[in-house]
Design a protein. Structure first.
Length: 50
């Protein structure tokens, strides 16, 4: 394997030619969106209890 080869997931059946960095970016974006959603829901619960 050459040093400059693009790293890819070996068993990614959804995205065969998807670069590793792109997958990591999408995963990070999904986690960020989930965290923001969780914070907003918790804030609404706290405001509703006060």
């Amino acid at each position: 394997m050459s040093r400059h080869a693009v790293r890819k997931y070996p068993h990614d059946y959804l995205h065969e030619n998807r670069p590793y960095a792109e997958s990591q970016s999408d995963i990070g974006g999904g986690l960020l969106l989930g965290a923001v959603t969780l914070i907003v829901l918790m804030a609404l619960i706290v405001v509703g209890l006060v």
